[in-house]
Design a protein around this ligand. Structure first.
Ligand SMILES: [Mg+2]
Length: 378
């Protein structure tokens, strides 16, 4: 089997950015799907995908790791030359390769990856992008809606007013308190039995992070995510060792080499590789294995569309140190309908599909209905 073409579809999904889906054709008629959203530059990722398409044309898609080596080299992912954009492009292609390889073998991708350790994957609702009312009441309402939809874990990102650039201000604490008020409202709305996760979006320095970690102790957090910039190796390790919080992070890294520093220094208790940026299904599993050696759990980062989320499901199903998968709550009501069969979260879980490949097709009609002006099939 040979790769013959690559198409990009872009849907208008979110106030925070579109979702980009990549469909790869083969000479057998089998197609594979991947997702290249949130690279930071949709135009550049399109260019990069085109370059990679030329590179892999004629390659055998039923050998995903061999194609991965072609794309990782072509986009210089591990030397950092093409950065997040290149990593996102090659990650989308890798997702599509596992889809094609599974479909060609008439087996679900997880079976080619060594087998599933679980039949369903626990998800948490990321409330951030869907919470347009940023008052404490708005946070509470959105959290209640997620719990009503069956989620037993929700993530809030409450520290809107705190900016890293403001760290020389001596009146930061009132801004932190605005975030704390949102968190207290959220905890009150969901009650004590639902897990509450907090993402700090790297907005603090070390002393402030330790103070906030102390202040949120009564909220009994499931995790405390990225309090300081994620590349601050020693500061993150200090928070993990001394704050009394379970820490999570690493969503923007790509490739084993970047994650290696993190896991060796025990920077987090929970690692968050993103199947869209870290190097696809192939590299995410390698990173998970690397984390396991250091007693670190894996919670794949996945705040985008249903294609990459389902690719994340195959990673989650096949690693032993999986903890929980992110699901972007409350963006567009037609999200699930982009896939056939439709994506369904039940009681806060996504089922691990038993159908071939990643387990779905893109619904062309739904994609076309929500395509952005420049993003029709090409
Ligand atoms: Mg985050």
């Amino acid at each position: 089997m040979k790769i013959t073409d690559l198409h990009i579809y872009e849907v208008d999904a979110s106030t925070r950015g579109n979702w980009l889906f990549v469909v790869i054709d083969t000479d057998s008629g089998i197609q594979g799907v991947g997702e290249a959203s949130q690279s930071g530059n949709d135009e550049l990722v399109r260019v990069c995908l085109r370059q990679l398409a030329e590179r892999i044309e004629g390659a055998d898609p039923t050998q995903p790791e061999v194609v991965w080596e072609l794309t990782a080299g072509a986009s210089d992912v591990f030397s950092g030359k093409s950065g997040r954009v290149g990593a996102t492009a090659m990650s989308a292609i890798d997702q599509a390769m596992w889809d094609i390889a599974g479909k060609a073998a008439d087996l679900p991708a997880w079976r080619l990856l060594g087998g599933r350790r679980r039949e369903r994957v626990r998800c948490y609702a990321n409330l951030n992008r869907g919470t347009t009312d940023r008052s404490p009441e708005g946070f509470a309402r959105q959290a209640q809606a997620a719990v009503a939809a069956g989620f037993r874990a929700v993530k809030a990102t409450p520290f809107d007013e705190v900016r890293a650039a403001h760290q020389d201000r001596d009146d930061l604490w009132p801004d932190v308190e605005k975030g704390l008020a949102r968190l207290h409202a959220t905890r009150e709305a969901i009650g004590g039995d639902i897990d509450l996760l907090v993402d700090c979006h790297c907005r603090f320095d070390l002393p402030l992070a330790l103070r906030v970690a102390e202040a949120v102790k009564p909220l009994d957090l499931f995790w405390f995510e990225e309090a300081v910039p994620r590349d601050q190796i020693k500061a993150n390790a200090h928070i993990t060792a001394h704050s009394g919080q379970i820490t999570a992070g690493g969503e923007s890294f790509f490739g084993r080499a970047e994650f290696e520093r993190y896991v060796k220094e025990q920077d987090v208790h929970i690692l968050m590789p993103d199947v869209k940026h870290a190097g696809g299904i192939t590299e995410c599993r390698r990173i998970a294995h690397q984390a396991q050696v250091h007693q670190i759990s894996v919670a794949p980062h996945s705040p985008a569309g249903p294609v990459s989320t389902m690719a994340g499901v195959h990673v989650a199903a096949t690693i032993t140190n999986f903890l929980i998968l992110e699901w972007a709550f409350g963006e567009v009501p037609w999200r699930g309908d982009l896939l056939k069969p439709a994506e369904m979260v039940e009681d806060g879980y996504l089922a691990v599909p038993s159908t071939p490949g990643l387990g779905f097709e893109l619904d062309a009609k739904v994609v076309a209905k929500h395509a952005v002006a420049t993003g029709v099939a090409q």
